[in-house]
Write a protein that binds this ligand. Structure first.
Ligand code: SF4
Length: 352
């Protein structure tokens, strides 16, 4: 297994420590130093005996991604971070600051193999690899510490898996990250504070949500197979009917719903015809539709729908009793909006 302790769940670290002929409780102590006391060097873990520290220094390490650049939006003060992994790959995360709450949008891959036509990650970057759990939760720890150091609000309140990559194609690492995010002895975030976003994969979606009980957002964007396949190649493998059947298997409690993400692209998917198709598609599902004005990318320069068209679309859905919100696109000026993660961070360098 990887050497980085941030890749271990508590159980896995206990197993590792036992294999080093040490008592299991030492794993809990190490977790406490890392996740509660913010210490990332074994040498400073004062209740760990020197003999074990020596073993830990040989067998394990603690490595966080490093912030390379930051870019603060002049529109809404959100901050886009460019981070570097241990093997010198670059990833992006976005801290959205709103109503004194911080939502962190994190990446789960370097690039994305799904190649959605409207998405900068999928079209402008080459897919390199999945991120491991340490790199996923590392984004949270590094950025949380940065925000605290700079006195920019308090802790991160919500985490959304909506940055670079398709989380359901990196499930092992996502599962492990969720365990570390939510474990009482680790980051101790409520499951209600985590959202996973998907473009729709062929299996495991409903089982995953039923098991982990975190919130789900699904990128539908185009309500017919013909158009969706044109813009989102995954639709050829998992057509809309198959995706909706999978969504219907999710157990939702009284106030829970699935968020349907829908990009509003002028004259492409924003007519009443599309609104009607969307309504029919969502029949029988408990959803909230989130309309997102499209952010043009280098490879697909279409226009965002006008406010008038968005309102017409939204009003149609509302008239059919479908709950609708319109997302004000965050941080357009730092290319931190939906589908705009392409490592183009022209911000302030933090490299010495
Ligand atoms: S929209 Fe999501 S799934 Fe599609 S290419 Fe971009 S990152 Fe990948």
């Amino acid at each position: 297994m990887e050497k980085n302790v941030l890749n271990f769940t508590l159980k896995q670290l206990e197993t590792k420590i036992t294999k080093l002929n040490e008592k299991k409780f030492r794993a809990q102590q190490i977790f406490d130093w890392i996740y509660k006391k913010n210490i990332f060097d074994f040498e400073y873990m004062s209740n760990i005996p020197k003999s074990l520290i020596d073993k830990l220094n040989i067998e394990l390490d603690i490595t966080l991604p490093k912030i390379i650049k930051i870019n603060t939006s002049k529109i809404d003060k959100s901050i886009k971070f460019l981070l570097e992994t241990k093997d010198k790959n670059l990833i992006e995360s976005l801290a959205i600051l709103e109503n004194k709450r911080v939502t962190l949008c994190i990446s789960c891959m370097i690039g994305c193999p799904l190649k959605c036509k409207f998405c900068a990650t999928g079209t402008e970057l080459k897919f390199k690899r999945n991120l491991d759990a340490s790199e996923i939760i590392g984004q949270y720890i590094t950025i949380n510490n940065f925000l605290k150091e700079k006195n920019i609000f308090g802790n991160i309140n919500n985490v959304v898996f909506m940055g670079m990559g398709e989380p359901f194609l990196n499930l092992n690492n996502i599962e492990k990250s969720i365990e570390i995010f939510t474990h009482k002895k680790a980051l101790d975030l409520s499951k209600k504070k985590l959202v996973i976003s998907t473009s729709g994969v062929d299996k495991g979606l409903s089982d995953f949500i039923n098991k982990f009980k975190i919130k789900l957002a699904v990128s539908i964007h185009f309500p017919t197979n013909e158009q969706r396949s044109q813009f989102m190649p995954i639709n050829k493998k998992v057509p809309l009917e198959k995706l909706i059947t999978e969504l219907k298997k999710i157990d939702l409690k009284k106030r829970e719903y699935i968020t349907i993400e829908y990009l509003m692209i002028e004259k492409i998917n924003d007519t009443l015809f599309h609104a009607e198709k969307l309504k029919s598609l969502l029949k029988g599902l408990k959803v909230k539709v989130n309309l997102i004005p499209y952010n043009p990318t280098k490879m697909f320069f279409a226009k965002p729908s006008s406010e008038k068209r968005i309102n017409k679309f939204a009003n149609y859905l509302l008239s059919k009793s479908i709950f609708v919100t319109v997302r004000r696109s965050k941080s357009k000026d730092v290319t931190g909006a939906c589908g705009q993660f392409a490592l183009k961070n022209n911000g302030v360098s933090l490299l010495k």
